[in-house]
Design a protein around this ligand. Structure first.
Ligand code: FAD
Length: 494
């Protein structure tokens, strides 16, 4: 924290928004429309953050009080009762107006026939992530912006929001990283210190500052301290390095949900900074640990909760035996489709994965082996372990019963040469932790009181207390962006 020494700033405005993804865009649009002058600071040369490369899906409750209540109950249960009910109510209630809001901006939020985000496995995410939890079924649907099939849904939503930002007199400062929050003598936030092109600037905020600067997916120190599996790779924006957490801490913010992440399985290609999410388009595959042992029903894990499986630690040998894991798959699976989405992830615009995975075999990313012995040698495993694993798995396929891990009979497809294998890491889509927020989008201090004129939205300090319902981070960006934008623009909080 720094006290604002000067009365004058290099730039002055009503509302400063730190970070230009969906949450920053929703905040800026709303604050502007409520009459505020708005400046957005974005540290990267290109805006969009995780949002622009996401799956672009959001959840919206069905249009009845019963559905709203049921969905809120469900979220309450996913949070194990630890996120204040008014915060969850704000999320669900306000989400009801998103279709109309998008229409007002010129977009059509609709329920797509097919969600583009997922392959066949991990478990597809059309419905509730946790169907056995009461309230999950029948109370909400997944939406995305309608548009040209060649344009990924996340880009459609980004184009809609960024166009609306551009149409308003919102100043967007790219390549400008916020470094610190400026406060007055009473501890209220009055501005931001930022750097741009090696130069420091101060931006005064007459009404408020909104932190929409994402999580810490690409900050090794914070990940080491808070994220259970190690190492944890990332699939999204390299600029999400937890800056907001440190800034908020310096003005006395309380933190929450720091150990919560949305983590899938993925492949880290040495040539790329971000990892690829890996999905299996067909049933003929298994996962093994580093030694070659299966450890889970590969088809049954909820997509975003893989960190729990990867985090298993062997205290005797002092290692994470499942990092990296290996996926071993058969020819039919290799030919069934690309192992990654080509529609989302930071690598989406950098590399096109081949439809039959042949280019990735050629690159050496996918290992090919003509026999169990060759497979074991290439994966640096004991051949007897790999043989035993494949023998047991193939026997389960023949019996139609996986007595070890309970994988369903319909998905048990035998593995025979040629074998293919790809190393898998836990790959975080986004972290959920950050500053604690209330239902008005205000950042809460360690004393339990709102920090004057400091707000937040999006994945920075999101509501997820334990389990995460897929496609809700974007809902949270839009809903809390609108709440924080409106409240920051309102003189009530000055
Ligand atoms: C591959 C992938 C698929 C996903 N699919 C879905 C999905 O379908 N549905 C869903 O709900 N969620 C999904 N998510 C998660 C979701 O995309 C994010 O949680 C959400 O988009 C976060 O939006 P945000 O605006 O909070 O942050 P971001 O979009 O990440 O924006 C934060 C911005 O702040 C900037 N920034 C950081 N520090 C500073 C600083 N000091 N100064 C200035 N700027 C700064 C960053 O560069 C970034 O541009 C997915 C994520 C990924 C990676």
């Amino acid at each position: 924290m720094r006290m604002a020494e000067q009365q004058s700033f290099d730039v002055e405005t009503d509302v400063v928004v730190i970070g230009y993804g969906y949450a920053g865009a929703a905040t800026a649009i709303t604050a502007h429309d409520a009459g505020a002058e708005v400046v957005i600071l974005e540290k990267m040369a290109q805006p969009g953050g995780n949002s622009r490369v996401s799956g672009g899906n959001c959840v919206i409750p069905r249009d009845s009080d019963e559905a709203v209540r049921g969905f809120t109950d469900y979220l309450d249960r996913l949070c194990f009762g630890t996120t204040p009910r008014p915060v969850l109510e704000a999320l669900v209630t306000e989400a009801r107006s998103l279709v109309k809001w998008a229409a007002d901006l010129g977009g059509d939020l609709h329920i797509p026939e097919q969600l583009i985000v997922s392959g066949t496995y991990p478990r597809t995410i059309k419905g509730p992530g946790f169907p056995k939890v009461p309230g999950g079924s029948g109370n909400f649907d997944k939406y995305c912006i309608r548009g040209d099939a060649d344009v990924p849904p996340s880009l459609r939503l980004w184009n809609l929001l960024s166009r609306n930002v551009a149409e308003r007199s919102v100043q967007v400062r790219l390549g400008t990283a916020a470094r610190d929050l400026l406060t007055d003598a009473s501890g209220g936030v009055v501005g931001v210190v930022a750097t741009a092109g090696g130069r420091q600037i101060t931006i005064g905020a007459r009404k408020g500052v909104v932190l929409t600067c994402g999580g810490f997916e690409n900050d090794p120190e914070l990940k080491w301290d808070y994220a259970p599996p190690k190492p944890l790779k990332f699939a999204g924006n390299p600029g999400n390095t937890g800056d907001g957490i440190r800034m908020a801490q310096r003005v006395g913010a309380d933190l929450w949900h720091m150990t919560r992440t949305s983590t899938i399985v993925g492949f880290q290609a040495p040539e790329f900074e971000a990892a690829f999410g890996i999905f299996f388009p067909s049933d003929g595959f298994i996962y093994t640990d580093r030694a070659g042992n299966r450890y889970v029903d590969e088809t049954g894990i909820e997509l975003h909760e893989f960190y729990r499986v990867f985090s298993h630690f062997d205290a005797e040998n002092v290692e994470f035996p499942r990092i990296p894991s290996w996926a071993i798959f058969n020819e039919q699976t290799r030919l069934a489709g690309p192992l990654t989405w080509n529609t989302s992830g930071y690598n989406r615009d950098l590399y096109r994965w081949s439809p039959d995975n042949a280019a990735e075999v050629e690159r050496g990313w996918i290992v090919e082996a003509g026999s169990v012995e060759e497979l074991a040698e290439r994966l640096d495993m004991d051949a007897s372990v790999v043989t035993a694993t494949l023998t047991r798995y193939n026997a389960a396929c023949a019996d139609g019963q996986d007595t070890e891990f309970g994988r369903s009979a319909a998905t048990l497809k035998p593995l025979a040469p040629p074998f293919y294998a790809i190393p898998l890491h836990p790959v975080v889509l986004n972290t959920q932790g950050g500053a604690r927020r209330d239902e008005q989008g205000r950042v809460i201090g360690t004393d339990g009181n709102p920090i004057p004129r400091l707000f937040s939205a999006g994945e920075f300090g999101s509501v997820w207390g334990y389990l995460y319902q897929g496609a809700s981070n974007i809902t949270e960006c839009l809903v809390f962006g609108r709440i924080a934008g409106a409240n920051a623009a309102s003189t009530v909080n000055v």
